[in-house]
Design a protein around this ligand. Structure first.
Ligand SMILES: NC(=O)c1ccc[n+]([C@@H]2O[C@H](COP(=O)([O-])OP(=O)(O)OC[C@H]3O[C@@H](n4cnc5c(N)ncnc54)[C@H](OP(=O)(O)O)[C@@H]3O)[C@@H](O)[C@H]2O)c1
Length: 255
């Protein structure tokens, strides 16, 4: 969509972490397409600037930094408030999965890093958007968790534990921030991004065959779900985890 084709401004503003590509970009794109102004974050400044230009620099700003860095969290919320005067929605999307294999011998420093990026960062951003805008004015938070947070895995256990914690963070924040702010999570299965490429590259048809809906996810699938959870259509939904998985979880039943 070119900026000439964008709708009237909705008046709402979102902060989406980790959004220079992949799912975060798909979420930002969906929110911009309905008229929101958006602040996106990411570590690589050049990639972030390119994403801002693609999304439309008249409606989107970028603040570079690492999600777990508290100074970056503060800067992202402050810049959003300065540029747009409000922050209605927070989408905690930045995440990491640096390790594969059983957790029996997991390096605890790696475990700390996974938790720091996937869980503590999301809490930090939520605290800051709450105090800067949402506690007085309302809004919504969406945490991008994972189906890995809903079951065990032989190879991404540490990541799954962190995503399970993110799901309980969602429940806890939903309780504490009600009635002003709704807090929900999305649990995607495999979505075609750089992050997940190792899971399907070179064998996409085989990987997709396991999905009742016959394909892997794409970032716009999650963008649509995030747009719903930050809209009036979901005004009576809070503390929930929306599984967006092409039906893959349906396979878990007894044959
Ligand atoms: N793809 C899947 O199959 C899948 C499934 C379930 C859940 N998820 C979750 O979805 C989220 C996004 O994943 P994705 O697949 O879209 O990944 P991706 O394609 O690798 O994109 C990640 C985005 O986040 C930024 N980022 C990464 N680490 C960051 C950090 N520490 N601080 C700030 N920004 C950071 C990246 O930019 P820079 O590299 O420049 O920082 C990039 O913009 C993650 O939380 C992931 O756990 C993904």
């Amino acid at each position: 969509m070119t900026s000439a084709e964008l709708p009237e401004l909705s008046g709402n503003v979102a902060l989406v972490t980790g959004a220079s590509r992949g799912i975060g970009y798909g979420v930002a794109e969906a929110l911009v397409a309905r008229g929101d102004r958006v602040c996106i974050t990411g570590r690589n400044e050049d990639a972030l600037k390119e994403a801002v230009d693609r999304l439309g620099a008249d409606r989107v700003i970028g603040v570079a930094g690492k999600a777990h860095d508290e100074a970056h969290q503060a800067a992202a919320v402050e810049r959003t408030m300065e540029a747009f005067g409000r922050v209605d929605y927070l989408v905690n999307n930045a995440g990491t999965n640096p390790v594969f294999g059983p957790i029996a011998d997991l390096d605890l420093n790696v475990a700390r890093k996974v938790f720091e990026t996937n869980v503590v960062s999301a809490l930090g951003f939520a605290q800051r958007t709450w105090h800067a805008w949402q506690k007085d004015n309302g809004g919504a938070i969406v945490n991008i968790a994972s189906v890995a947070g809903l079951s065990a895995s032989p190879f991404i256990g540490a990541y799954g534990i962190s995503k399970a914690a993110m799901i309980n963070l969602t429940v806890q924040l939903a309780h504490e921030f009600a009635p002003k702010v709704r807090v929900n999570a999305i649990a995607p299965a495999v979505v075609k991004t750089k992050f997940a490429a190792a899971l399907y590259e070179g064998r996409e048809a085989e990987a997709a065959a396991a999905y009742p809906l016959g394909r892997l996810g794409v970032p716009s699938d999650i963008g649509g779900a995030a747009a719903f959870l930050t809209s009036a259509q979901s005004d009576w939904i809070t503390g929930q985890t929306l599984v967006v998985d092409g039906g893959i979880f349906l396979n878990a039943g007894v044959a």
